[in-house]
Design a protein around this ligand. Structure first.
Ligand code: NAP
Length: 294
């Protein structure tokens, strides 16, 4: 039976470590890390995500500022709100919650964020730094996966890593990170997508299989080499009348089938998902300490 990689426990550990560092900063009279979050509109899911991020800031002793803007705000006005945060010396990190209303360009908004404050790691400058293996803010989901591999001491050097999915937020950065000359890293990487032929065969050659395609329980036991490490990024709600909430969460991997043959696996829920907020807090601490851009 595979080792279960516990993202919930690991994220709590990271938050504890960050809280201890904030305490030390306070005692030394240093600057308390300060995160600003911009939320446009009143989408329920976005409000929940931003709320969780602000709450996590409080938990670890950070300062936080939530900027709430109307759905109807013009692109120009949003860009000037970002500029205000860019210029505010008290704010270390800035996130703009996605998705944005259709009349606003995500590219323009992302490019407006000062790379020094881009704790989501989405700006072209920080993605470029990641590819070059320079100090940077690694975006939340890839950061969470790397941290789990590191803390569970999973050997990656020389292994074959297959990534399923090539999105800008997960698959693509993951493939770059796993191939870097770093630990975790030093893998031989194959990145796959919807046009890949014989995906099952390719996946079965993986020592480390990172699955981020957004299709419920797509990866079955036949697609996994016995002994592989399986990282499941997918999250899907399925109806479940036996639950109080009426639904349960499942991943992109058929967990019951794959767990018995894998050597290690992330469950859904409780795997990659909980690590994302820890990543944001970690990046904000780095920003406040001027560790990425001295
Ligand atoms: P996305 O933007 O929809 O990208 C999906 C990728 O999978 C695309 O590159 C697509 O290929 C590929 N794909 C789709 N169907 C495929 C198939 N049949 N065979 C092979 N490749 C296929 O998704 P995403 O944003 O990366 O998210 C993926 C999943 O992770 C979703 O379930 C999402 O909810 C979840 N997620 C979880 C977290 C977390 O914190 N745990 C964070 C982000 C996302 P093409 O490029 O050819 O279209």
């Amino acid at each position: 039976m595979a080792l279960r990689i516990d993202g919930k426990k690991t994220s709590e550990q990271i938050k504890g470590e960050i809280a201890a560092q904030v305490e030390e900063i306070k005692q030394n009279g240093g600057k308390i890390p300060h995160l600003a979050a911009i939320l446009v509109g009143s989408d329920g899911a976005s409000q929940t995500y931003v709320g969780a991020k602000v709450k996590a800031c409080e938990q670890v002793g950070f300062q936080s500022t939530l900027v709430l803007l109307k759905e109807s705000i013009s692109e120009e006005d949003l860009l000037s709100e970002i500029q205000k945060v860019n210029e505010n010396p008290d704010i270390d990190g800035l996130i703009v919650q996605l998705p944005l209303p259709k009349h606003i360009s995500v590219e323009k908004v992302t490019a407006k964020i000062l790379p020094e404050k881009d704790v989501d790691g989405f700006t072209p400058a920080n993605v470029g730094r990641m590819a070059l293996n320079w100090p940077t803010y690694i975006s939340a989901t890839p950061f969470g996966i790397l941290e789990l591999l590191k803390r569970y001491e999973i050997e990656t050097s020389g292994k074959h890593c297959v990534v399923i999915g090539r999105s800008h937020i997960v698959g693509s950065p993951m493939s770059i990170l796993m191939a870097r000359n770093a630990n975790p890293g030093n893998c031989t990487v194959t990145i796959t997508h919807s046009r890949t032929k014989n995906l099952g065969e390719v996946a079965r050659t993986a020592d480390i299989l990172i699955v981020a395609l957004g299709k419920p329980e797509f990866v079955t036991a036949e697609m996994v080499k016995p002994g592989a490490v399986v990282i499941d990024v997918g999250i899907h709600r399925v109806e479940d009348p036996s639950k109080k909430s009426g639904f349960r969460l499942i991943g992109d991997v058929k967990f019951e089938e794959v767990e018995p043959i894998a050597s290690a696996i992330t469950p859904v829920p409780g795997g990659v998902g909980p690590m994302t907020i820890a990543a944001l807090l970690y990046n904000t601490l780095q920003a406040a300490g001027r560790r990425v851009y001295p």
